[in-house]
Design a binder for this molecule. Sequence first.
Ligand code: PEP
Ligand code: MN
Length: 339
Amino acid sequence: MIIVFKPGIPRKKESAVLKEIRKLGYTPHVMRGVARTVVGAIGDELTHANLETLTAQFPDAVESVMPIQKRFKLVSREAHPANSTVRVREHVLGGKRFHVMAGPCSVESEKQLLTTAKAVKAAGATILRGGAFKPRTSPYEFQGLGEKGLKLLDKARRETGLAVITELLSENHAGMVAEYTDIIQIGARNSQNFQLLIAAAKTGKPILLKRGLSMKIEEWLLAGEYVLANENPNLLFCERGIRTFETYTRNTLDLAAIPIVKHESHCPVVIDPSQGAGRADLVATMCKGAVAMGADALLVEVHPNPVEAWSDGAQQLSLEAFAKLMKDLKPFIAAVGRE
Ligand code: PEP
Ligand code: MN
C-alpha cells in the first residue's frame, strides 16, 4: 500500500504512523518529496490488517492510502499477456471463431426448447442457452422447471449436438447443474455471491460470470478472480447491462466494458444484449456494436413465440429474427478478422 502524508506534519507524528505500520506487519519505505512524504508499505495483505484504517486512526497525518498493485491478479493481463481461450466441448471461445449462444430465457417445455434449439443451430449458434432455475424479482413469477428443465437441456444437447449453458442459483445445486450443462452461468443477482462462485468454480466447468446490476468493472474482475483463485481457469465475463437512470431500456448495456475488460484481463468477453436492452427491437444493433468492439461471443434470448414466453417476452427474438440477425452479423464478424 502507498500511504500519503499530509504536508508539513511533524516528524513525531510520522514516526507514530510508521510504528503503527510496522505493528500491523508491514515494512515501511519512506520517500521524501519536495512537497509531500509518501510511504510504501510492503507486506502480505491476505494475512494482515488492511492499512486503509490509517486515515481514520491518524486523521491529522495521513491523507490517503492506496493499493500499489491492482487488486485482481490471476484475471489480469499481467498474469497472462495473451488472450486466454475457454474450451467448451469441441468449441474454443476467445479464439478466432466468434460464438453465439442462443435460446429461451427459460426452459418451458420440451417442444419449446427443442424447436428453439434446432432453429438456433440451423442459424449458426453453437451453444444453447436456457434457464432451468430462474432468479425472478417476484416470488409469484415463474421460477423455472428446475431439474426437469436441466433434463430437457440435456435432451436438446443430445439431439442437436449443441453445447449448453444454464444458470446456477444455489450452492446446493452445483453438482446437479454441472451434470447437465457445459457452461455454468452465474447471474447478475449473484455475481458477488462468493460462496456460490467458489462452488461453481470447483465443479471444473467453464463459468460465465454476468456483471451485477450495480457492479463496478473492478468488482466484476475481482469476482472473476474468485473463479481463477479456485483453480478454474475457464472464465468468461458477460456484460448484460447495468442499472442507470435511463428508462428507454431495461438496463444500460455498457459496451465500453468490452475494451476495458479486454485491456485489464485476458479472459473472453461475452455480451448479452437481451437483458442489456430488454427490447427485442434493439438486440440486433447492440449485437453488431458488440462484435465491432471486440466481444468474443454473444448470449441472445430466442423464443418460438416471444409474446407467450413465461419470462422476458419483450426482449426475446423470434426464430426468424434470430436467423436474420445471424446473417446480418456475418460482415461484422469478418470485419474484425473473425470467423
Ligand atoms: C438470464 O440470462 O435470463 C438472466 C436472468 O440474466 P441476468 O442474470 O443477467 O439477469
Ligand atoms: Mn432472461
